[in-house]
Design a protein around this ligand. Structure first.
Ligand SMILES: [Zn+2]
Length: 106
């Protein structure tokens, strides 16, 4: 017969848990992973926080003046390319429709 390490209640030989407080009376080996698991979880959270901080620093680096100048340069070239390709496409359609319409009416 052993006693509960927390409340000192009697724990029989076939009992693994204390009937008074519910603490693990005999399974002391199971206690080590019980406190190791939260430690691993905290370590993982700290690691994820470090990764998030790294991504935040990368975002701050993207807002540097040099990167902003490069982004504005690429943004300026994109509308110029669309305006250059836009005018030649509608002009052939408008010329063919206007030339075929007048001879048929008189
Ligand atoms: Zn107990």
């Amino acid at each position: 017969m052993t006693r509960c390490p927390r409340c000192q209640a009697e724990v029989r030989a076939n009992q693994d848990w204390c009937l008074e407080c519910g603490a693990a009376a005999r399974t002391r080996l199971a206690r080590a992973p019980a406190w190791r698991l939260p430690v691993v979880a905290v370590a993982a959270i700290v690691a994820f926080a470090g990764i998030a901080a790294a991504f935040a620093f990368v975002r701050l680096a993207n807002t540097d003046p040099d990167v902003r100048a490069a982004q504005s340069a690429t943004a300026a070239t994109q509308p110029a390319a669309t305006t250059a390709t836009a005018p030649p496409q509608p002009s052939p359609f408008t010329t063919t429709t206007t030339t075929t319409a007048p001879p048929s009416s008189p």
